[in-house]
Write a protein that binds this ligand. Sequence first.
Ligand code: F6P
Length: 327
Amino acid sequence: MSKNMKRIAVYTSGGDAPGMNAALRAVVRTSAYHEVEVFGITGGYEGMMNGNMQKLEPREVGNIIQRGGTFLKTARSMRFMKEEGRNQAADVLKKHNIDGLIALGGNGTFTGAEIFSKEHGIPVVGVPCTIDNDLYGTDYTIGFDTALNTAVEAVDKIRDTAESHDRLFFIEVMGRDSGYLALHTAIASGATLALLPEIDTTYEALAEVLKTSAERKKLFSLIIVAEGNKLGKTSEIAEELKSRVGAYDTRVAVIGHLQRGGSPSGADRLLASRLGSNAVEALINGHKNVMVGIDNNMIKYTPLGIAIRNQKEINMDEVRLAEILAL
Ligand code: F6P
């Protein structure tokens, strides 16, 4: 165990994700197990610069494993993107004798953490918390499974009214520039099509699929639209395809921030507990500027820069599966 990891700080940053509280609980409890002091920073990088931090004891993270959101709050900070802001944060951490940081968040969080760590030499370990599942180096990010369940439940509800009215529904899901959430939602909800940022398509091709569906007497259809898809806004896509395929009345549903809330699934609680706990032990064992992830159910460390900059490929077998099962 590293002798010079006596006091660490943990924070949540960027878009919140179900399971962040479960991960925070694991960080605090594992720190106590190893007799390392842990401080919680409230409000992400803004809170770090303002010195909003307090010591956390194991009891203070009781009864939160089941709660969505993050009790440490989060924020997107423009100030931290400037060197002056990062210097201010470094002064705060130095004053509190912080030896290491644990960052819960996604791409943006890890980008700031990597720059900050290189400038000030404070070891950072990242825990991937985002519903987008867009971080390289981990099979899943914390929050993705819960968001998927939320999206599937919403699509199941839309299916009822789509079937009752013989309508074509365009259902937009989150995921920023990743199609993971849209693809898994499409397969799990039995949708006809998934429009993904990673897969180029045309209105002609889409119209062909829908015309074939109509010929096959498929009286209603569900199309899952990733918000980052290349064709455009979901409402525009619906209008364009309505004009090309006269067979259906169309409607649009945007699931939106529902996907960010709710009690984390069992899978996300387990993933959050494993990664949060391992992040503490990574710091104690001398690792720095890595993200802890899960690879074939094994813990894996990926340098932060690689986790951020490497593109996480969409699973083409799953794209093919979605097409086959939509027949
Ligand atoms: O990164 C998580 C995410 O939910 C994305 O899927 C989405 O595009 C974005 O955050 C929304 O950001 P905000 O909560 O700031 O509107």
